[in-house]
Write a protein that binds this ligand. Structure first.
Ligand code: UDP
Ligand code: MG
Length: 322
């Protein structure tokens, strides 16, 4: 290890978790941190606009020791923003992000660190699906990852969660990303680097209710598609192209069969049928031109995201001035 005093930062996004915080911290997280003696540790709480007693509970910890840090956001910005804030302020050689509700077992932290010591730059917790709450959510989340992969985001492994360890190199790159509409998971996968996975069973909440209801999850899913892939746009262009080609051929068939050859097949296709074919042809053209417009917009969208064109892995590059 090149850095003399390696620190592990634990980043925890928190939104109204007064019921679970004491148990999660005292019984689950802190005993684990005592186990990893080779490293200094810091715990960064990101209060994402909690309106219950979460903040005063957290302040009790920050009063006790400097290793606890609290970032208090001015209002509820959502978990994705809270995670980004935590990653910005974390100073560790590696940063672990974990939920406060006990669904992601801190007992796995030593295992994450082992994989990191062995060379992984990102270690991602992969949840086994079958413990997800209800049938709708279970099926929804399966569909979500299936579609995400089908739609071009091949980096994301199904069941990946925000329970992760991220090396400093990756954190620095992540902090450079400036897009607003962000899905932390998707972005970190997009960055690349050496990634390892750890399977875990997604437990039940210690207490309280998840803040992500079905409609929020749906929005998150739609955001993921839109921010990570342009395939949905292109699909409509293809449909339009198929319709146009098909109705063009049908139109040619009518002209040749009926008007040039004098209807030898005795189809007697009247004006209404011909009009339908013509309108279908136009619908195809409209779909194609809409897809082209959408692609322009997606390019503008990509430019405004301002993502870097590529990311250099400084650790394995050689003889570069960086
Ligand atoms: N969370 C947050 N801001 C929000 C919603 C949630 O910081 O707007 C935190 C929450 O306190 C928890 C984690 O993000 O630590 C995961 O949230 P939750 O358990 O509600 O979601 P799920 O388990 O369904 O992913
Ligand atoms: Mg949860």
């Amino acid at each position: 290890m090149s850095i003399l005093d390696p620190t592990i930062s634990i980043v925890i996004p928190i939104h109204n978790e007064e019921e679970v915080l004491p148990e999660f911290l005292d019984k689950q997280l802190l005993p684990e941190l005592d186990e990893i003696k080779d490293y200094k540790t810091e715990v960064i709480f990101v209060d994402d606009g909690s309106t219950d007693k979460s903040v005063s509970i957290l302040q009790k910890y920050t009063d006790k020791s400097k290793k606890f840090k609290l970032i208090s956001l001015s209002r509820n910005f959502g978990k994705e923003a809270a995670l980004s804030a935590g990653l910005k302020y974390a100073s560790g050689t590696a940063v672990i992000t974990i939920d406060a509700d006990g669904q992601q077992p801190p007992s796995l932290i030593p295992e994450f660190i082992k994989k990191w010591e062995a060379g992984a730059e990102i270690v991602t917790g992969v949840r086994d699906h079958f413990t997800k709450h209800g049938f709708v959510q279970k099926t929804g989340s399966k569909l979500f990852y299936w579609a995400l992969r089908k739609m071009g985001n091949r980096h994301t492994v199904p069941g990946s969660t925000d329970f992760r360890l991220i090396d400093r190199i990756v954190v620095d790159e992540f902090n450079h990303l400036s897009e607003h509409n962000r899905i932390t998971r998707g972005l970190i996968d997009w960055l690349g680097f050496k990634q390892e996975y750890i399977k875990y069973t997604y437990g039940a909440r210690l207490a309280g209710k998840p803040s992500y209801n079905l409609s929020k999850l749906f929005h998150l899913a739609v955001d993921s598609f839109i921010s990570m892939s342009t395939t949905p746009l292109v699909i409509f262009g293809y449909i339009g192209a198929i319709i146009t080609i098909f109705s063009f051929l049908l139109g040619m068939f009518v002209i040749i069969q009926q008007y040039i050859l004098g209807d030898p097949l005795h189809l007697y296709w009247n004006g209404a049928v011909q009009m339908t074919i013509f309108i279908t042809f136009l619908v195809g053209l409209v779909l194609i031109s809409q897809a082209i417009t959408a692609l322009y917009i997606s390019h503008i969208h990509a430019e405004t995201q301002g993502r870097p064109l590529y990311i250099v892995d400084k650790k394995s590059s050689r003889n570069l001035k960086v």
